[in-house]
Write a protein that binds this ligand. Structure first.
Ligand code: AQP
Length: 322
């Protein structure tokens, strides 16, 4: 069983959808779990009201994309369980081991007021994985060190206090396209990008999507050629079009005589790919009672799945809790 998450550090965008969510919906097994990692989004400066709205929107997008509501939950709905397990795992982890995390060094570098939670976040991530008993964690290169930490903590706990945790392993994620920013193709499209003009959000209206794609950065050429190094802006548009229409970027390139024609085709393909997700997400967000029901049921299932592991871990490490 695999567990994957999306951090609601912003509103879900096209890259999240084409690169991950759409694949989760189609290729994931019925046992896999997906969570909205809102506790992870508190490790850097955040706005509480926005975070709540973004968590709801992310949950709605996952369900609207076809992921079964049975397989999704919001991380903070398990804040008590995860907080307790994080403490147990922090008591299993050495300071030196946590201090070796490269991502912390990169994210904290040059920042003032770095939150302690940014430092301990890999231990919370280990709790996310170990509470659910996941055997596989699909992660990119940047997160594989954190899965190694989760493995080390699971092994150490099991060896020191008693067998409780499944030892997880990192696996390659089910990836779709890597979508780049429309105004700066040297970086990936991101929810928290400072320039919303380069990001297509899942809930953007069709006309806004068309405007953003029309303004996408290209180059001095005029006929589309697939050359990711030499012409990254055009290559990004071709990859988006190929991902939306299930084809290959090189084949797609030959079908459009000008950059203008390519942009028109990309805009229409993106509008059509996102249309059903946007409509269903909007419906869900307009029905807070239904969304709350999905959220509550997901949280109850996730808490129940982890309950015996948390209780055993607390008991074995010496807590008096049952
Ligand atoms: N541009 C992208 N192209 C393809 N896949 C992408 N993903 C993110 N951006 C792209 C994939 O979406 C999943 C969930 O993302 P995440 O929230 O866990 O982390 P992220 O990669 O940090 O996402 P963002 O949108 O870039 O957020 P911020 O701005 O907060 O950093 C992952 O599977 C991710 O690979």
């Amino acid at each position: 069983m695999k567990v994957s998450g999306i951090t609601p550090s912003g509103r879900p965008q096209l890259g999240n959808y084409l690169g991950a969510i759409r694949r989760w919906a189609v290729d994931g097994s019925e046992h896999d779990l997906y969570f909205i990692g809102d506790l992870h989004a508190m490790t850097t400066t955040h706005n509480p009201a926005k975070l709540r709205a973004q968590a709801d929107e992310s949950l709605a997008v996952l369900v609207a994309s076809g992921i079964s509501p049975e397989r999704v939950f919001v991380q903070s709905d398990l804040a008590r369980e995860l907080g307790a397990l994080t403490w147990v795992l922090e008591c299993t982890c050495s300071y030196g081991e946590a201090a070796r995390m490269i991502q912390f060094k990169e994210k904290a570098d040059g920042q003032a007021g770095v939150r302690l939670s940014l430092f301990t976040y890999p231990v919370l991530m280990a709790a996310d994985i170990l509470l659910q008993g996941a055997s596989e964690v699909p992660v990119g290169e940047d997160q594989s060190q954190h899965v190694e930490l989760a493995r080390a903590l699971a092994r150490r706990f099991n060896a020191t206090y008693g067998e409780v945790f499944t030892v997880p392993r990192a696996v390659l994620p089910l990836t779709g396209a890597r979508v780049r920013d429309l105004t700066d193709p040297s970086r990936k499209m991101s929810k928290s990008s400072p320039d919303a003009g380069g990001v297509v959000f899942v809930l953007d209206e069709p006309d806004l999507i068309r405007r953003k794609i029309r303004r996408a950065v290209t180059d001095s050429g005029s006929t589309p050629v697939y050359d990711p190094d030499g012409r990254p802006g055009v290559a990004n548009l071709l990859e988006i079009l190929a991902a939306c229409t299930d084809r290959n970027p090189r084949d797609v390139a030959g079908e459009h005589a000008t950059y203008g024609a390519l942009k028109e085709a990309v805009a229409e393909a993106v509008v059509e790919a996102l249309r059903p997700v946007r409509e269903r997400t909007t419906e869900l967000l307009g029905d807070p009672a239904e969304l709350a029901r999905i959220r509550k049921a997901g949280a109850a299932r996730a808490a129940e799945r982890g309950e015996h592991r948390l209780n055993s871990a607390l008991r074995l490490i010496g807590a008096t809790a049952s």
